[in-house]
Write a protein that binds this ligand. Structure first.
Ligand SMILES: C[S@@+](CC[C@H](N)C(=O)[O-])C[C@H]1O[C@@H](n2cnc3c(N)ncnc32)[C@H](O)[C@@H]1O
Length: 305
């Protein structure tokens, strides 16, 4: 297993500007790549969250290495209001799944190999992908495939799932991957750059983990937890994730959101944007880490209020 390489590492540090004595919150610990950067950049303290029990196990090594400078809480960042630590000098989100989760076949995130179709980042809460597929309405299936997965073949795949589940439940990653392959036109099966099940798996994973809803809850709660002049960095991989960050950042920076025609001085300014356009990975990073290809980083500094 290769582990997880933190994306946009240099850019994250540039915008977060960790300082000695500062207290930082990493809402998506994963393999701790970004947490380590913050801990090693200066004499900082990091509180890190992750809902995945495997991430909690990886965090133990950080506790041993960094002692009191590192604390881990296993929780969903949607529940940030329950976090007793804070306020923070900087907060980071790096959305989605980690390479650990994708590579560990038995978690059910990957269409490679055969495993129970789970896909939950927190396997102790919510419904597995198998359960979700057994009961999702046609509309929910279509939304997951088309909007979350950006899958062009959404209609055929949704109908194939509905038809297949009347015969027998879709229980494993192979069941689902074979089903998707069976409705992929032969000309695309071998020519597509990505595996034909990639997008559908992504869409179903986003639905199973409520990934969009938790971002809508987590980002405003994080903003509230920032100290005056504190920095917020958000790394997204999907246009829907980025859109939520973009619109909230615009609102906090007093910029008009779509449909807001009020004069500028009627809008409250609670933050300064540090990135006008999102930062993206350069060619060298993309060559070294394919995951960085779709990464977008937005950053802001909270006003001194
Ligand atoms: C892309 S990885 C983060 C990788 C990390 N920045 C690193 O460099 O190692 C995302 C991690 O966030 C966790 N995660 C995703 N959504 C979460 C949520 N709503 N609450 C808590 N953890 C979440 C996942 O379990 C995963 O471990």
């Amino acid at each position: 297993m290769e582990g997880h390489v933190p994306v946009l590492a240099e850019e994250t540090l540039r915008f977060l500007e960790p300082e000695a004595g500062g207290v930082y919150l990493d809402c998506t610990f994963g393999g701790g790549g970004h947490t380590r950067l913050i801990l090693e950049a200066a004499d900082t303290t990091v509180v890190a969250l992750d809902q995945d029990p495997d991430a909690a196990r990886r965090a133990e090594a950080f506790t041993n290495e960094f002692g009191g400078r590192f604390q881990f809480r296993r929780m969903n960042f949607a529940n940030l209001e329950n976090l007793k630590e804070g306020p923070f000098d900087g907060i980071l989100f790096d959305f989605g799944v980690s390479s650990f989760q994708l590579d560990q076949t038995d978690r059910g995130f990957s269409f490679r190999g055969e495993a129970p179709l789970d896909m939950r980042m927190d396997p102790e809460s919510g419904r597995s992908a198998a359960d979700w597929l057994a009961s999702a309405s046609r509309q929910e299936l279509i939304h997951a495939l088309r909007v979350y997965g950006e899958e062009k073949n959404w209609r055929r795949i949704a109908d194939a799932i509905i038809e297949a589940r009347t015969r027998s439940p879709i229980l494993t990653t192979k069941d689902l991957s074979d089903l998707i392959l069976s409705c992929t036109p032969a000309r695309l099966r071998f020519t597509s750059k990505i595996h034909p099940a990639t997008r559908a798996f992504q869409g179903i994973r986003i639905a199973v983990n409520n990934e969009i809803e938790v971002i809508e809850l987590g980002l405003p709660a994080a903003f509230e937890r920032l100290k005056p002049n504190g920095r917020l960095c958000v790394i997204s991989f999907h246009s829907l994730e980025d859109r939520i960050a973009k619109n909230l950042f615009r609102r906090w920076a007093g910029r008009p959101e779509p449909g807001d025609n009020r004069p500028q001085d009627m809008r409250e300014t609670k933050a300064t944007l540090l990135t006008r356009r999102p930062e993206t990975a350069g060619d060298r990073e993309i060559a070294a880490n394919a995951r960085s290809r779709s990464a977008k980083l937005r950053a802001l500094r909270k006003a001194d209020i």
